[in-house]
Design a protein around this ligand. Structure first.
Ligand SMILES: [Zn+2]
Length: 343
């Protein structure tokens, strides 16, 4: 807790007069919420994996460490800063997502060559200093205007031969959202994943189902497997739950951070929620930009779908009904068809 508080305070969030006292008080909770809101995370005041990763990454100031290409890729606000500077100067470094990717290394070496620096692809003091001095003085709040990830490229306009990877989230010891009297999220996600795979395959889609049994796979291993298979579209399946018993409905998420959003992801997410609302009568909870690892780390068009609330009194138990699962799968298929029809 002190570690979380120290990081929040270093980023300028107010913790009250008590400061970093190791206690989870109202000031700490509102600081966490404010941080989550600013970083486009789900603002629930709870530090789960996503928020913790963001806290660590937000703490990197430009120049604090050497930046270079390695596996796993380096991530953080210092990388984001580097991408924004290169983008402003006209070097194409791919999506401005805070990840040091091979595309960014190419941009860095091109910059170094242009600036007459030692061309090693490593960003240290000299390269940063030159980047800073070349910094164009423009209006603040510069919004990055670059093509979508992979230019929103989808292999073809028809379903046949389209490559879609499906990640039924959670599994094994990781149950996901749960309530004593409701179906377990990991089971709902798996049932939907399997059904969706069948539905898509029957239409000629090539499917990679990242898990087809109750096993736990680390998040970054899932995204690496998806990237290695090179899908056109990546779908991450969850079901929501909330302490608020009235919460119900369908939502979908696409990648966004403070400077960048996936325009094609936004469109696909929108069509999916539309279909779930129209065909299953789910409350329309809309599409939202989120800086989730499962969206950020996957190179092609990626969308996360949450078709319903397992914590809702009526909606929850119905989610385990095979007919309802089939309906969700059909709606997701129709969302993809709507997207392809408007390419
Ligand atoms: Zn989940």
């Amino acid at each position: 807790m002190v570690d979380i508080q120290t990081r929040l305070a270093a980023l300028g969030y107010f913790l009250g007069r008590e400061g970093a006292d190791g206690l989870f008080g109202p000031h700490t909770e509102s600081a966490i919420r404010a941080f989550q809101q600013r970083r486009l995370l789900f603002a629930d005041g709870v530090v789960e994996d996503n928020t913790w990763t963001e806290l660590v990454e937000a703490g990197y100031e430009p120049g604090e460490r050497l930046l270079y290409l390695r596996v796993p890729y380096m991530r953080g606000d210092d990388v984001l800063y580097l991408q924004r500077r290169l983008d402003e100067l006209g070097f194409d470094c791919g999506p401005v997502d805070g990840i040091f990717s091979p595309a960014l290394e190419v941009a860095v070496t091109e910059f170094q060559r242009n600036a007459g620096l030692n061309v090693d692809g490593i960003v240290g003091e000299t390269t940063l200093d030159r980047l800073w001095r070349l910094h164009k003085t423009g209006p603040d709040g510069h919004v990055v205007n670059i093509p979508d990830r992979m230019n929103g490229y989808v292999g073809q306009r028809s379903l046949a031969e389209l490559r879609i990877s499906i990640d039924p989230a959670h599994g094994g010891a990781d149950h996901g959202g749960k309530r004593a009297d409701a179906p377990r999220e990991k089971d709902l996600n798996l049932a939907l994943g399997k059904r969706l795979a069948e539905v898509l395959e029957s239409r000629g889609v090539l499917v990679c189902l990242l898990r087809d049994s109750d096993t736990s796979i680390p998040l970054y291993e899932r995204t690496e497997r998806a990237n290695a298979w090179e899908p056109d579209i990546h779908l991450c399946l969850h079901h929501s739950s909330s302490p608020n018993p009235k919460a119900q409905g369908a939502a979908a998420y696409f990648f966004a951070n403070r400077t960048y959003q996936s325009r094609t992801g936004k469109r696909l997410a929108g069509y999916m929620v539309d279909a779930l609302h129209r065909e299953l009568g789910r409350v329309d909870l809309h599409k939202h930009g989120r800086n989730y690892a499962c969206l950020r780390e996957v190179k092609p068009l990626a969308v996360m779908v949450e078709p319903g609330y397992l914590s809702h009194q009526e909606e929850g138990p119905s989610l385990a009904d095979p007919a309802v699962v089939a309906g969700e799968a059909e709606a997701i298929l129709h969302g993809i068809e709507a997207y392809l029809a408007r390419l």
